[in-house]
Write a protein that binds this ligand. Structure first.
Ligand code: TXA
Ligand code: MG
Length: 339
């Protein structure tokens, strides 16, 4: 299959989105930008179309997909009911990078939920994504548009690298603003569970709806299947140095660790991601204490280091609160060693 990559701009927007919507309507898949990461979308109510997503990504069947909507009226037919806490969050954060898991209605095919009786729903804020859903006339199921286990794509060329020849169309809407996947919050039960941290933080959600648990604090409730899979792994081995504030450990100064780990290695084969101070290596990305900038560029940097053929990546962690929790969640999953 030939994969078309089309740059979208204000003058061709209508035409490009119509081409994409026609593909979705006829049961095909399309990669499109959202404010978080690029998604690989198909008609959520068409089982055969949804199956094409799993095939293109090489995704395990029991890892459920997020259903994207453009209009609040679409929600009622996709869930059994909308809990009060969900209503509060929707009012504040939709459209935006927050996914809410609720009891599914009979309309949602089982292949979307991986056999669960709940469904994850989100209304993206990216304008092209919203328009595409509108034009397609159906809710769109979409995981991140990477090959399974690769870092999520934050640029169209990342999608091309992973899925060239496997899907008909990629819409290039530039670099994603947030750079990490949406927050996923479970509200199908009385308790709110943070399945995946993201831009909308645990603290912000807690202030609106009360206590938010982490999945490990909820042994009886089925957790989010996505959590059991290895994620975000580039080819090089990543060593993560936790921020001192998270560990209370002494002697884990980032510069010292870099020195120790680079002793017997040629420095041009080592990638560095620094946060508080620049180390001065050739392959280094420095984020100068900005968690937002770090998050926006993390997946791009991991892919870039792979392209450069680096052997080792040494990464400076950040404090675990606010948006930092999401960044650390992705970094810990990607790392083979944590110090
Ligand atoms: O930002 C995003 O959420 C992006 C863009 C494209 O919208 N999408 C995305 O989808 O990250 P994906 O498939 O890569 O991640 C979906 C996550 C997985 O961790 C999955 O386990 C969880 O949502 N999930 C989906 N349905 C669920 C359910 N019913 N219960 C618990 N977790 C669920
Ligand atoms: Mg994903």
């Amino acid at each position: 299959m030939k994969t078309q990559l089309i740059k979208i701009n204000s003058s061709n927007k209508n035409k490009v989105l119509s081409i994409a919507a026609d593909l979705i309507k006829k049961g095909d898949v399309v990669a499109f930008p959202t404010e978080t990461v690029y998604g690989l979308g198909a008609n959520a109510l068409d089982e055969n179309a949804v199956k094409k997503i799993f095939v293109a990504k090489g995704r395990p069947n029991d890892n459920p997909l997020i259903v994207h909507i453009s209009n609040i009226n679409q929600l009622n037919e996709l869930v059994e009911f909308v809990p009060k806490k969900a209503e509060i969050l929707i009012k504040k954060y939709w459209p935006g990078p927050l996914t809410i898991v609720m009891k599914k209605s009979f309309k949602i095919p089982m292949c979307i939920t991986g056999g669960l009786n709940t469904v994850a729903i989100r209304m993206p804020s990216d304008n092209n994504a919203l328009e595409l859903i509108k034009k397609s006339g159906c809710p769109i199921a979409a995981p991140s548009a990477n090959s399974s286990t690769k870092p999520s794509p934050t640029m169209a060329k990342h999608v091309m690298n992973d899925l060239n020849g496997k899907i008909p169309l990629i819409i290039d809407g530039g670099k994603c603003k947030v750079g990490l996947e949406s927050t996923v919050i479970g509200l199908s039960n009385d308790k709110a569970i943070l399945f995946r941290p993201g831009k909308i933080t645990k603290e912000e959600i807690g202030r609106l709806i009360g206590k938010v648990d982490l999945p490990c604090e909820q042994s009886k409730i089925p957790s989010s299947p996505g959590m059991k899979y290895k994620h975000y792994s580039p080819k090089a081995k990543i060593t993560l140095v936790e921020a001192k504030i998270n560990t209370n450990k002494k002697g884990t100064d980032f510069l010292n660790v870099v020195k120790k780990f680079s002793l017997n290695e040629s420095n041009d084969l080592i990638g560095i991601i620094s946060f508080t101070k620049r180390v001065g290596f050739e392959n280094e990305f420095f984020f100068n204490k900005s968690v937002n900038l770090y998050a926006k560029n993390l997946f791009f940097v991991l892919r870039e280091f792979d392209k450069r053929g680096l052997k080792k990546i040494i990464v400076e962690g950040v404090n675990d609160n606010g948006f930092g929790l999401a960044l650390m969640n992705r970094l810990r999953k990607a790392s083979s060693k944590i110090i």
